[in-house]
Design a protein around this ligand. Structure first.
Ligand code: ADP
Ligand code: MG
Length: 726
């Protein structure tokens, strides 16, 4: 029996693995592995607890004395929990997380050991980080980078290790990770939004940015996964004939969750809750073996740490259940890919959601103000926002089955669209009603927006009642990429807005009228970004081009926006990133793109030549033997008739093999040529235009062979097996 059948046998016999979740309510273990307020109170003297809280809430610098006490308290808590090691946990530009575990134990120079963890070790470390991507900023001879504690995200325990969330910067001070610029972008939007809030409420002193992510993923049985080199090495299937049944019956979405998967989900949720990740929703997704998990939204920095952490524990927990989790945006051709919707909003320290329509006229004006400023930011930087979610992997999803197109537009819903139309038509002033309260064109925005329920699923950036949902983000991405771009763009826009309003006020216009006039200007200017119809349609591509929106689909060219003039102006003007940092990051994006395509090309070539062609040839040989035997038995017309279908198949296989060989040889040549290119941008373009461009044709012929060759001989688990065995 072939390896594939052995593996299928193994997979179908599996039962749900027993879960370890203790009885009792989640509240009993929520945050058990987090150094949260409760543990801070228990393990820190009150004075130092207050100091740390002040740092966490207000960013007050922490002195070394406090750091020492905090470190000692943290270590005590950790050792009480059975922890022996600690690590600075950071998010390098490779994606994923990095950690180097050190033991608490140090020699005491008397032949024994002492357990030590000082404030200095808590605050800063110098991991030898020469092998993390830096886009050329850090040469290998100055391998040092610093990791520095981010006290706004609490320390947590995974296995036997205390993990301290940190930022990661180069020896010369440039940011080399996701967290550092994210914190800066959040600071920028906080400052800019707080200023604008003051028009409405002088008591606002801080604006938070919130993120609620929805993580989509596939699960595949581990045994099946292990004999698909493409899944193992590139995270997606590079070949595979469509399954007769896939998602067309729409019977998976919200269907009952398979028992092995429920066990996995329960285990995962338990691990997540212990780590303080407020997971809430679980369900099947549209494609077979596709699922989703979503927590309650949190402040962006924390929410993002939680997502990165969740992705890593998902992989571990999946293995306990003999699954592999696929976070790739498009593991299977022809069915839905996976995204990570980023639900995003802004809220004040006075408890107001700035994207919630509100009741009073004042609240409505505030709502419209923030809404149109987001709209303008997204309009102005639509190309950059697309670049921020683009990658070699997400490129397969955008514009394909039920995924947003590779054009950023905003869906607002009919009611808000109507309001904006009225504002545009209006004279930009605010009329008083009889009671001297504000009453203006926008007064009829209902508190609850009814068409949020029939929201437009085709939009990459949709308003959903009290938040925006950025749906183009990829399932494997670090959300920070999107969140840095979005929050900075909004910060920049709010600064411009305030300047404009203030200049009108200085010229004698009343505050509300000044705001209203500026809102009107914005609506008129940025309305091209608003699109309410079907984003999957071809008409939209034509229309979007006319409207001047970024319609580029080649990832290396989309990345041009990362260094465009208005991008540089935006990041430097808001002090979020320097030009040098932007160049380095663009370089890392290009290098990552090149490497991913290079790996896929190698895997595809290897599988075509060493897995597929030999099997197809064996089948061909079987048929040839048969034809030869026919030859001995029959003659003339009869022979012709009897042997015809086999001869046809032999020929057909030969044709496919010839083309596969030719195209793989061509792909190898193109790779060689591309590899000689020095400039990363040119090289990425070559990989996109010349190397990746050949994948589809090679795949087409392999998939035809899959459909022709004896099922028993076929070495790779087929789509129907990968998608329906669970
Ligand atoms: P969907 O219907 O799109 O699947 P859900 O209602 O499950 O959405 O919510 C998706 C995410 O949006 C959740 O993480 C939820 O906490 C989050 N969310 C809700 N309100 C806000 C908000 N004001 N800001 C940010 N995220 C929010
Ligand atoms: Mg959603």
């Amino acid at each position: 029996m072939s390896l594939r059948f052995n593996v299928i046998n193994e997979a179908i016999k599996r039962k749900a693995v027993a879960v370890n979740v203790p009885n009792g309510r989640p509240a009993d273990y929520f945050g058990e592995c987090v150094f949260n307020n409760e543990k801070m109170l228990k393990y820190l003297p009150k004075k130092y607890y207050d100091a740390l809280l002040d740092t966490m809430r207000n960013g007050t610098p922490l002195n070394l004395e406090t750091a020492d006490i905090v470190a000692a308290g943290m270590r005590k808590w950790a050792t009480d929990m059975g922890v022996t090691h600690y690590t600075h946990w950071f998010q390098p530009l490779t994606g994923g997380t990095a950690e180097k575990h050190d033991s608490f134990i140090d020699p005491d120079n008397k032949g024994g050991v002492i357990e030590e963890f000082s404030g200095k070790l808590l605050i800063q470390q110098e991991p030898d980080a020469s092998s993390f991507p830096s886009g050329g900023i850090r040469n290998t001879f100055e391998a040092r980078g610093y990791s520095a504690w981010d006290p706004t995200s609490p320390a947590f325990i995974v296995d036997d290790t205390l993990c301290i969330p940190t930022i990661f910067i180069s020896y010369t001070g440039e940011m080399l990770d996701y967290k550092a610029p994210l914190l800066k972008a959040l600071g920028a939007v906080n400052r800019a939004a707080t200023e604008v809030c003051k028009y409405f409420d002088p008591n606002v002193s801080k604006v938070f940015s919130y993120l609620g992510w929805e993580q989509e993923y596939f699960l595949v049985d581990e045994a099946l996964w292990a004999i698909r080199p493409d899944l193992v090495l590139s995270g997606r299937t590079l070949m595979g004939h469509e399954s007769a049944k896939n998602q067309q019956l729409e019977d998976h979405y919200f269907g009952s969750i398979p028992t092995r998967v429920v066990a996995f989900m329960k285990d995962l949720e338990y691990e997540a809750l212990k780590l303080g990740i407020p997971v809430k929703t679980r369900h099947n997704e549209v494609a077979p073996n596709q699922f989703e998990l979503a927590p309650v939204y949190e402040e962006v920095n924390l929410a993002n740490d939680h997502n990165v952490l969740l992705m890593s524990i998902m992989k571990k927990v999946a293995r306990r259940h003999y699954f592999r989790v696929l976070l790739h945006e498009k593991p299977f051709k022809g069915i839905n890919g996976s995204g990570k919707h980023n639900n995003w909003s802004l809220g004040t320290d006075t408890g107001v959601n700035l994207l919630s329509p509100g009741k009073t006229s004042d609240e409505k004006l505030r709502f419209i103000t923030f809404l149109v400023n987001v709209m303008k930011a997204v309009w102005k930087h639509n190309g950059l926002l697309k670049a921020s979610i683009s990658s070699a992997t997400n490129a397969h999803r955008l514009g394909a089955n039920e995924a947003p197109p590779a054009i950023i537009s905003i869906f607002l819903g009919s009611q808000i669209t109507e309001v904006l139309k009225n504002i545009e038509k209006g004279d930009g002033t605010i009329k008083m009603d009889g009671k001297q309260s504000l009453k203006f064109d926008i007064a009829h925005i209902p508190e609850l927006l009814i068409d949020n329920t029939d929201r437009n699923r085709t939009s990459p950036f949709a308003f959903t009642g009290n938040r925006f949902e950025f749906r183009a983000v990829g399932s494997s991405a670090n959300c920070a990429g999107a969140m840095i771009a979005l929050n900075t763009a909004v910060a920049e826009q709010l600064i411009d807005f305030k300047k404009e309003v203030d200049s009108k006020i200085a010229a004698g216009t009343g505050v509300e009228d000044a705001i209203m006039q500026t809102v009107k200007q914005i609506v008129t200017e940025a309305k091209a970004i608003n699109f309410e119809s079907n984003g999957y349609s071809d008409e939209w591509k034509v229309e979007a081009q006319k409207r001047g929106l970024d319609c580029e689909t080649s990832v290396p060219l989309i990345f041009d926006r990362l260094l465009a003039e208005d991008t540089v102006k935006m990041y430097t003007g808001t002090n979020v990133m320097t030009e040098k940092e932007l160049h380095a990051r663009a370089e890392v994006e290009l290098e990552t793109y090149i490497k991913k395509i290079q790996i896929e090309a190698r895997v595809l070539g290897d599988m075509a030549l060493n897995h597929i062609i030999p099997v197809a040839s064996r089948y061909q040989e079987m048929l040839l033997n048969k034809i030869e035997k026919f030859n001995n038995l029959f003659k003339g017309e009869k022979l012709e008739r009897i042997a015809k279908s086999d001869v046809d198949i032999v020929e057909e296989i030969a044709e496919h093999i010839i083309i596969i060989r030719e195209q793989v040889a061509k792909m190898i040549e193109e790779r060689k040529t591309a590899n000689k290119i020095e400039n990363s941008r040119e090289k990425a373009i070559a990989y996109h235009d010349k190397v990746a461009a050949l994948f589809d044709e090679i795949r087409y012929h392999i998939d035809k062979l899959e459909f022709t060759v004896d099922n028993e001989m076929w070495p790779l688990p087929k789509y129907r097996e990968l998608l329906f065995i669970r």
